[in-house]
Design a protein around this ligand. Structure first.
Ligand SMILES: [Zn+2]
Ligand SMILES: [Zn+2]
Ligand SMILES: [Zn+2]
Ligand SMILES: [Zn+2]
Length: 467
């Protein structure tokens, strides 16, 4: 742990974000393994630390758009003129030191007579390659971070080897494969860009990656323009308490979160929220009894097995049946993801369909409502000016409801709270604008009418009976 601490400090120093008396300390965690702890009392909103990526680069999913591998723009892309197979947006990016290094590396791996690769595979698989350009100490730090084992990790290296026919040596291959497992266990999604276009990247932030997961995290993070991650407290954190962040969606119910964490991060979460079937009284993952319509809460009988039993009529719904029901409702929910959104259809589904199966506030209605927050006011069909009074009121209601839910779930001063507070404020501003428009309209119309009422050309509504 001492070694890890030294290497982390060295990393922070090299990125000019080292602090003399840090607010964090690395210790053994009750959860198992190590964790990050508060080294002093930390107030809500305080910055706990800043971190900078050890490795950052394009995401490997073929669904993600291709980006310039230096500035991560998505426009004006061309393949590097030296045939490394990577996309760059300009001469500057192509001639940058970082690219020259990786360009040489990849070109050295090329076997004789090999044709230039023409698709985006090289760009998508670049991130683990970058581990080879780290310093010895950086490589050391990388190796000290948690990694996942398993066959699904490291497919990028298979593509480099089998599809792109690159010929790297076994030491290089080992390090890149290890990097894939470390990235899969620890990387954060980083969004760069501005209103003209955003790209999602994955970054390995070594200090942040030491934080363990909780479904009720006490930290949040955002990024500055230098890809620094700024980690802040969402609640008061007394000295000695562990710092947590979340790898999963906050508004998902426990069974969905647990399954997601088990699949992607290979562990069963045992945080306070996961252990509480009520989820702090939100009943977020409850269903309704098919018999008596009472609320049934999920009770775990083993790691992943859930007993759904009605407390009132003792009726038991099999886990399989619940899964099928949620899948059917979920596929309807996902069908709303189309380009041509009909808000009334979504509201109809939430208010009339879901309530037959799930309590009024449930993970699906919550997810759809959160989606509506970003449709109402922003979708071309539902811009602020064009919103009906009903829909404007609906958005206000949804914001308040979700803010209440965050409070119930003890989210503290989370990013989601910030976003919802802002949207609620937008609703109130729009309502105020409409109200003051109405007032101004009244005075305008009054004066116009006084001037024009006897005029033969006056608008019909102004004409007095003697006209
Ligand atoms: Zn660029
Ligand atoms: Zn190149
Ligand atoms: Zn949990
Ligand atoms: Zn019942």
């Amino acid at each position: 742990m001492k070694k890890l601490n030294t290497l982390i400090n060295e990393h922070l120093e090299s990125k000019n974000i080292y602090e003399e008396n840090p607010r964090w300390i690395i210790r053994n965690s009750d959860i198992g393994g190590r964790g990050l702890f508060a080294n002093c009392d930390i107030k809500v909103g305080d910055v706990i630390f800043k971190d900078n990526p050890l490795i950052i680069g394009p995401r490997s999913s073929m669904l993600c758009p291709v980006v310039c591998i230096i500035c991560y723009k998505q426009i004006d892309l061309n393949l590097c003129s030296r045939n490394c197979g990577l996309y760059v947006c300009s001469r500057d990016c192509e001639n940058s030191l970082v690219h020259q290094q990786e360009c040489d590396l990849i070109n050295n791996w090329k076997t004789e007579n090999e044709k230039t690769c023409i698709d985006s595979a090289m760009t998508k698989c670049l991130t683990p390659v970058r581990s080879l350009l780290l310093s010895d100490n950086q490589k050391e730090l990388l190796k000290l971070l948690i990694s996942h084992s398993g066959l699904q990790h490291g497919f990028e290296i298979d593509i480099l080897k089998n599809k792109l026919k690159l010929d790297f040596n076994s030491d290089e291959e080992d390090l890149m494969r290890l990097t894939c497992t470390v990235l899969d266990a620890n990387s954060f999604e980083v969004t760069v860009g501005n209103e003209h276009g955003r790209s999602g990247l994955r970054g390995l932030y070594p200090l942040s990656s030491l934080m363990n997961h909780s479904c009720v995290p006490n930290t949040m993070h955002n990024f500055d323009c230098n890809q620094n991650m700024i980690v802040k407290a969402t609640t008061f954190i007394p000295k000695g308490n562990e710092l947590f962040h979340s790898y999963t969606r906050f508004l998902w119910g426990t069974p969905v979160r647990r399954a997601h964490l088990a699949r992607t991060k290979h562990f069963i979460c045992r945080c306070a929220r996961c252990e509480d079937p009520l989820e702090y009284g939100s009943n977020l993952s409850a269903i309704l009894c098919e018999n008596c319509k009472c609320v049934i809460l999920p009770v775990y009988t083993s790691k992943m097995n859930i007993l759904w039993k009605c407390n009132e009529c003792k009726h038991v719904v099999t886990n399989k049946k619940v899964t099928v029901m949620l899948r059917v409702l979920g596929s309807r929910l996902n069908s709303f993801n189309t380009a041509d959104i009909d808000v009334n259809e979504i509201l109809e589904f939430v208010n009339n369909k879901l309530i037959n199966y799930l309590p009024r506030i449930n993970q699906m209605s919550v997810e759809l409502k959160y989606k509506l927050v970003w449709i109402l006011g922003y979708d071309p069909k539902y811009l602020w000016n064009d919103l009906s009074t009903d829909l404007l009121n609906e958005k206000e209601k949804i914001c308040r409801e979700l803010l209440n839910l965050l409070e119930t779930l003890r989210a503290g001063r989370s990013k989601m709270r910030g976003l919802l507070l802002y949207e609620l404020q937008c609703c109130l501003r729009e309502k105020q604008r409409r109200k003051s428009d109405k007032l101004e309209m009244k005075t305008l119309v009054q004066e116009a009418q006084e001037i024009l009422k006897d005029d033969v050309h006056a608008p019909p509504e102004f004409k007095s009976c003697n006209g």
